[in-house]
Every structure is written in structure tokens, then in C-alpha cells.
Design a protein around this ligand. Sequence first.
Ligand code: SF4
Length: 233
Amino acid sequence: MEYILSKSTYIRGMQCFKSLYLNKFRPYLRDKISEEQLAKFARGHAVGKIAQQLFPGGIALPRPGKSSASKTAELIEAGCPAIYEACFISDDVIVALDILVKEGNGYSAYEVKSSTALSSVYFNDAFLQYHIINGSGLKPVKFFLVHRNADIELTEETDLNQAFIFTDVSAECEKQETFIGQNIEAMLEVLKRDKSPDIFPGEHCMKPYPCDFRGVCWKKLTKEEQEILLNKD
Ligand code: SF4
């Protein structure tokens, strides 16, 4: 069970093949992570932990890797009612799903987002995970994106079923199967090259996320050009 891509590198590749390549072969060129980004990661992690209590009594797996994938397969085989950070490998890609829940004879997938709205990145994340879980031999009964309800404050007393909104994206996941497989193949091809793809900076450097290779790539741009990209909606 080897793997080359992860969920985050796939999402990076969706934004820019050059970023995907540099991240793999020149990670030392990445810009420093800001305090704001670190805080966002920590917030996401904390909300993910709280959301596990939507389906209490599950087993949490440690860091994604080959042993977590094997353990996930064992727990599924044993009929475990809920698995947190369930790990799957297929098509040279590894993913860790926030919550896998036994429903009837199968399992449904729940991917939790700490934000109060769903974005295209979250959908792409769900499409990838569905594809990999399916490819590993477990077709999810349903796939849900779960995000925060902006009207309900998250405290220890909050009814968690009110604090989160569930969106069934199973049908879209199914429709995207072929496209996701093609994307993965294209990214794996990029990573076989002996030099980074020749991609000139542009609007894609800021969407959906500000790329962390701007420090090297944007040297090709004038200050004015950089300002225009930074201030584009
Ligand atoms: S800065 Fe722009 S061109 Fe360079 S790797 Fe990032 S997204 Fe690609």
C-alpha cells in the first residue's frame, strides 16, 4: 500500500501543477506559514474533535499512514460502529476521513469543516475522498460534508446536532468519479517529470488559497503586477 499523493497535495495540485511539483521536490522554497494560518489549522482540528461526539463511542486512529490504513480495514472488518480519522489508500493516494460511521450493512462518510459555509475546495475534497474510499473497496453508503451552523455558538452545552449542518454530496461524488481519476493520473504524471512545469504566475496563485510559493514565483512579476493580483476579488 504505497502512496504518492495526499488530500492536501491533491488540493494543491488542483490549484497549480507547479505548486504540486515544488512542494514535492523543493519544499524548502515554501513561504513561512503565517500565525493566522496556524490558528486556522488549530481551529479546524478543535472543531473536528468536537464533531466526533456527533457519533460517540468510536475509535480514533493516529496519523495517516500505512498502519492506520491497515487498522481501518481491520476495524471495518470487525464492524466497528465509528472510526475517527479513518485512513484509506488507493490509486497512489492516501486520505484520512474525519468520521466513518456504520449504517446498516455499510458505512457512511462524514467530513467535517470548521467554517460556516461550504466552498468548492470542500466539495473537491469530498469527491477525492469518496473516490479513494471506493477504490479501496468500501463504497460509502452516503458521503456528507458537515460544517458549522453560523447561528449556533459552539460551547460545551450546545446540542451538537444543532451546531452542525449536514450536506449529502453522495450523488455529486458519484458523478465526479471519472474526473477525479483523470486528475490523479495527471498529477502523478507531473510528479514523474525531471523539472517543474513552466507555469507563469497569475490569478490562480491566489485562488482558492494564496500559494506558499509566491516568494519564489512572483519574483518574475513587477511590484505593480503583484499588487493587482493581491487586490483582485
Ligand atoms: S505562485 Fe502561482 S505559479 Fe507559482 S507555484 Fe504557486 S500557484 Fe503556481
